[in-house]
Write a protein that binds this ligand. Structure first.
Ligand code: CP
Length: 310
């Protein structure tokens, strides 16, 4: 198989196991490319890509832009702040105006779940979901699973716990889909109030006790508390959250084995993770960021349907 089964990357839910493996094999090649002295290939030379971000981003935005430039695509960047969205222009009008400038692919981050799915019904360009509200963040889940495969040899059979604010996390849902498709066992851990009611339908284990979850897993993917998406108080205080759900060295030192530490970022040091864990030899947090460029190159390249010219 040399082509994806989809035209857009809207969510991991829509990808087959073969799609994910093809993305990984392609990312392996691009990871070699970005570690060479000359980091650029001409694969997307005639393609124009618009990065349209209606929400803040550091990693995803820079990573997509770098991936596009490494593939020699032409790139335009749009942020809703400072744009005509402030004057009342709709999402679809904004995107259609950008597409009228002959754009081939759109990378979209939006606070509304389903925004990229909605757009895909009305426009011709390939759409890549760069995070839609609390729904999905497919390239994050791909780079996370790719990073587990790189560190532990494979994803199949590994025990992965996702810790923290599962309720408001698009990373959690995309990770659950990706890890399950690749044969991992998945657990979520956090305060009961931050575990979604629909969790039973996802086939994951639920553990409210962080120490038990850490003892069970091979990999801990730690999420930040997404206060910007919380309209009510889900726990008494950040101090109490850290006491019960903060991952620290003391908690890891009592385990009989090392576990791999992950975090999609941004990190809130001293809240969900202590610095000596984030910066430890078992942390692959910056490796995830590095892999993000290779994964996004692979996704863009495969969706553009180009031949591998290096
Ligand atoms: N992991 C992630 O999506 O980070 P940004 O919000 O900085 O893009």
């Amino acid at each position: 198989m040399s082509q994806l089964s989809v035209r857009h990357l809207l969510g991991i839910k829509h990808l087959s196991n073969e799609d994910i493996n093809l993305i990984f094999q392609t990312a392996d090649k691009f990871k070699d490319v970005i570690n060479r002295p000359i980091k650029k290939v001409p694969s997307l030379r005639d393609i124009t890509i618009a990065n349209i971000f209606f929400e803040s981003s550091t990693r995803t935005k820079l990573s997509f832009e770098l991936a596009e430039k490494r593939l020699s695509a032409d790139v335009v960047n749009f942020s809703s702040s400072g744009s005509s969205v402030k004057k009342g222009e709709t999402l679809i009008d904004t995107v259609n105006n950008i597409l009228a400038m002959k754009v081939d692919m759109v990378v979209l981050r939006h606070s509304s779940p389903g925004a990229p799915h909605f757009l895909s019904k009305y426009i011709d360009a390939n759409i890549i979901n760069a995070g839609d509200g609390t729904h999905e963040h497919p390239t994050q889940a791909l780079l996370d699973a790719f990073s587990i495969r790189e560190r532990l040899g494979s994803v199949e059979g590994k025990k992965v716990v996702i810790i923290g604010d599962i309720l408001h996390s698009r990373v959690a849902l995309s990770n659950i889909f990706a890890l399950q498709k690749l044969g991992a066992e998945v657990m979520v851990c956090g305060p009961n109030t931050l575990i979604p009611k629909y969790i039973d339908q996802l086939g994951v284990q639920v553990e409210l006790d962080l120490d038990k979850a850490l003892a069970w897993c091979d990999v801990a993917n730690i999420l930040r508390i997404q206060l910007e998406r919380q309209q009510i108080k889900y726990f008494p205080s950040l101090r109490e959250y850290t006491l019960y759900y903060g991952v620290n060295r003391k908690r890891l030192d009592v385990l009989k084995k090392p576990i791999t530490i992950m975090h999609p970022g941004p990190i809130n040091r001293g809240v969900e993770i202590q610095s000596d864990v984030a910066d430890s030899e078992h942390s692959i947090i910056l490796g995830q960021v590095e892999n993000g460029v290779a994964i996004r190159m692979a996704v863009l390249y495969l969706l553009a349907g180009a031949g591998l010219k290096q």
